[in-house]
Design a protein around this ligand. Structure first.
Ligand code: PMT
Length: 223
């Protein structure tokens, strides 16, 4: 692979987050970490100093500079913010839980014969937080959508003030926990590019090439 990110520092989030209800139960999602790990490997292969902040997943670890394991969205945000200072490029591939239980019980919640109502509160948006930093890195988001992919992804691109978003179709066996994927790349100036369905590892290499090219283009505009 061409060393298109040689000398650059990249932070990537991957996998799901688990939001604990009590010592035995949690709210999670279907992310396996495959896509994020493939992007981390592609960034490392492209020469980047790569930090992977990973939620709970069983994938073989890519050969990155460092991997930091986290469980919840709050832990993921803490580790991202600890490592973001000298970062050139941030890629948010994790399926971060939008909500967490308002309370985490220290003991196992007991079945008491009736229904249980769980109150959820919003988690902070890690990606939006990175994009709002005064000295923000080149910030790339993902969008996991079951419908109206382009419309929803465009809204995330704009609302979170990103440099680029990679949208993918999820649900019915697509996107999550499978070996192949396809991406629609969207940019703030209206450009779009489709990366067709292929193995996540080759898709990740294509994505990293596109990220490197766009990063370089913006750097040149500012010199
Ligand atoms: O892990 P796999 O099984 O290989 O599946 C890959 C994938 C489908 C998980 C991946 O390709 C993907 O789409 N990742 C993003 C999943 C997601 O949570 O998308 P979203 O549309 O809900 O979030 C939009 C963006 O905001 C994402 O970059 C997400 O990381 C970020 N986010 C969301 C919520 C939050 N609280 N903090 C965030 O940073």
């Amino acid at each position: 692979m061409n060393k298109v990110l040689q000398g650059k520092t990249v932070v990537i989030t991957a996998g799901p987050t688990y939001e604990d209800m009590d010592p035995v139960r949690f709210l999670g999602n279907r992310s396996s970490g495959r896509m994020g790990f493939a992007v981390a490997q592609a960034a490392a292969d492209a020469g980047a100093d790569t930090t992977l902040v990973a939620g709970p997943c069983q994938q073989e670890c890519p050969t990155v500079t460092q991997r930091i394991n986290v469980r919840s969205a709050l832990e993921m945000r803490e580790q991202v913010m600890l490592h973001i200072d000298d970062c050139d490029i941030f890629i948010g591939c994790a399926a971060v839980a939008d909500y967490r239980p308002a309370e985490t019980s220290e003991t196992k919640i007991k079945k008491d014969g009736g229904d249980l109502t769980l109150r959820l509160i919003q988690n902070p948006d890690i990606l939006a937080g990175v994009a709002a930093l005064p000295n923000r890195p080149f910030t790339v988001g993902f969008a996991a959508e079951t419908n109206d992919i382009e419309k929803h992804a465009l809204r995330k691109l704009r609302n979170k003030n990103l440099h680029m978003i990679a949208a993918n179709q999820v649900g019915n066996g697509r996107g999550f926990d499978c070996n192949d994927n396809a991406l629609l790349l969207l940019y703030p100036d209206g450009r779009q590019q489709s990366l067709p369905c292929q193995a996540k590892c080759s898709l990740a290499c294509r994505l990293v090439d596109e990220i490197a090219a766009e990063y370089k283009r913006l750097q040149q505009q500012h010199t």
